[in-house]
Ligand binder design. Structure first.
Ligand SMILES: NC(=O)c1ccc[n+]([C@@H]2O[C@H](COP(=O)([O-])OP(=O)(O)OC[C@H]3O[C@@H](n4cnc5c(N)ncnc54)[C@H](O)[C@@H]3O)[C@@H](O)[C@H]2O)c1
Ligand SMILES: O=c1ccn([C@@H]2O[C@H](COP(=O)(O)OP(=O)(O)O[C@H]3O[C@H](CO)[C@@H](O)[C@H](O)[C@H]3O)[C@@H](O)[C@H]2O)c(=O)[nH]1
Length: 479
């Protein structure tokens, strides 16, 4: 059997590498229109940072795993074609700012129809609006020249930073297909691929629309938990409760469970906001404004949380950060990834720059080029294929980028911790304090430092959702 995956990104690359590892009898080709991305997949410097990925790729590449820009050849030869291309939020026209832009998906589908000479199973791996499979089916069958296509929905649930672990040991694999004999046969064929390593009871099969909607629903539920705990964090600060204690107590209820209850500066990543906006749009299109409004609130609280953080920083520092040096520790949207898509750091940095701060940014996995690109890019442009993104954006002059946390914090007035990298927990804060302007502030957006120890050293500390430092209590209320 031959598998081809269109789109060599955060999902296509790791997913196919694991399929190749677990299914030595299957030949897997990952194809992309981006020449540099494929070159990177074929080099020692993979295009994405993901713990454990290097080892998997090294073991299979050249054996039964291939990365190529020859999209048409590999699609033509494949029995199963996964489509894992970008599905950004539309920036113009009908549904702008909410609906999914299916340009890349549609062009991939038309290309599959054009080049195919044998029957194929086409698998939606990208996260798409409900009923996309139906639209794709129409494109394929109207251009098929007698070739039969079966469309399956097989949404991906991996999280970045733990992708390999998630793929090795998924909570579930979801496969949606048409409830016809041909549809069932296609579902079975894909099920057999996963059955190489996933226990049968964890492979769920549903109809197409349930699979598509389950993906959007799962992300909406997860993001909602974070917005719920973040909303509580504001109340904790106002009342003197401690959000860590509250979420621990709440999570002990087995009906609620302990995971995904960490208060933060806000959720980021390429999926949560995009998928909820998409869900909101689908609700509106189906005449369900109340349901749309309900889910919109998850994003509103997330925006509120990011603004609240910026306001805390500015108000604590005498209501101005103009020309003050602020160290930004962490720019990626979570630890163990170099991905910065929709990272809360972008909003926080833009907010501080709006108040004329000077920023010194350090993240162990994010490059200067990426930071500059992110801070100058328009909303939603980040989710288009790399080669379509601005190459040489204007430099944001107030931003400097360094390769070391001590350098970033030298002579700074304040520190914002925006990503929970383990190395930030082990920093020598006494040394940092000695080299900073006084009073020296730490704003911990991830609750990773020991606030009491830092206060002993002399810092004024703000931790999300924790009882406020006396200094902060006297500052104007913020929201
Ligand atoms: N990143 C995640 O953790 C994650 C997890 C689950 C689902 N998803 C979903 O998976 C999809 C892909 O996400 P990603 O993070 O891998 O995106 P990505 O931007 O990293 O990768 C997409 C790739 O598709 C390529 N591409 C676009 N159009 C193409 C075409 N016509 N032919 C060949 N290649 C083409 C792009 O060049 C790019 O390299 C999205 O729908 C996303 O919502 C992402
Ligand atoms: O308790 C928590 C947990 C997470 N986060 C933040 O939430 C964001 C998303 O984190 P996470 O879900 O771990 O990473 P993603 O890679 O975005 O994965 C999500 O989005 C993927 C894309 O759809 C799905 O496949 C995954 O199942 C889903 O977890 C990050 O900014 C985290 O810092 C919190 O603030 N508090």
């Amino acid at each position: 059997m031959k598998i081809c995956c269109i789109g060599a990104g955060y999902v296509g690359g790791p997913t196919m590498a694991v399929i190749a590892l677990k299914c030595p009898d299957i030949e897997v080709a990952v194809v992309d229109i981006s020449v540099p991305r494929i070159a990177a997949w074929n080099s020692d410097q993979l295009p994405i940072y993901e713990p454990g990925l290097d080892g998997v790729v090294k073991e299979c590449r050249g054996r039964n795993l291939f990365f190529s820009t020859d999209v048409e050849k590999h699609v033509r030869e494949a029995d199963i074609v996964f489509v894992s291309v970008n599905t950004p939020t539309k920036t113009r026209g009908l549904g702008a700012g909410k609906a999914a832009d299916l340009t890349y998906w549609e062009s991939a589908a038309r290309m599959i129809a054009d080049v195919s000479k044998s029957d194929k199973i086409v698998v939606e791996k990208s996260t798409v609006p409900v009923k996309t499979a139906e639209a794709i089916e129409k494109i394929l069958t109207h251009n098929s020249k007698g070739i039969k296509f079966q469309i399956l929905s097989n949404p991906e649930f991996l999280a970045e930073g733990t992708a390999i672990q998630d793929l090795f040991n998924p909570d579930r694999v979801l496969i949606g297909g048409r409830e016809t004999p041909e549809g069932n046969k296609a579902v079975q064929a894909l099920k057999e691929v996963y059955a190489h390593w996933v226990p049968e009871e964890r492979i769920l099969t549903t109809n197409l629309w349930s699979a598509e909607l389950s993906k959007l629903a799962a992300n909406a539920f997860l993001a909602q938990r974070i917005s719920s705990v973040n909303a509580m964090s504001a109340l904790c600060e106002a009342t003197g409760a401690d959000v860590t204690q509250v979420s621990y107590a709440v999570g002990k209820d087995t009906r609620i469970g302990p995971k995904f209850l960490n208060a933060s500066v806000g959720f980021g990543g390429s999926c949560f906001q995009k998928d909820i906006l998409n869900l909101v749009y689908i609700c509106e299109c189906n005449g369900l404004p109340e349901v749309a409004e309900y889910w919109k609130q998850v994003i509103k609280i997330n925006d509120y949380q990011k603004n609240r953080f910026v306001n805390r920083v500015v108000s604590s520092m005498f209501n101005t950060v103009s020309n003050k040096k602020i160290a930004i520790l962490g720019f990626a949207f979570k630890k163990d990834t170099g991905d910065t898509r929709e990272t809360p750091a972008i909003d926080v940095c833009k907010g501080l720059l709006g108040d004329k701060a000077r920023l010194s940014i350090y993240d162990p996995q994010v490059t200067e080029d990426q930071v500059q690109r992110d801070l100058s890019m328009n909303k939603f442009d980040w989710d288009h294929p790399l080669h379509l993104q601005p190459m040489s954006p204007t430099t944001v002059k107030q931003v400097s980028w360094v390769w070391d946390a001590y350098e970033a914090t030298k002579d700074a007035h304040g520190i914002c911790i925006l990503t929970e990298w383990d190395e930030f927990k082990k920093l020598d804060f006494k040394r940092i304090y000695d080299n900073m302007q006084k009073p020296a502030f730490v704003f911990d957006g991830r609750n990773i430092v020991n606030a009491d120890e830092l206060r002993e050293i002399g810092f004024i500390v703000y931790s999300i959702g924790k009882p406020l430092d006396p200094w902060l209590k006297d500052m104007p209320a913020v929201a």
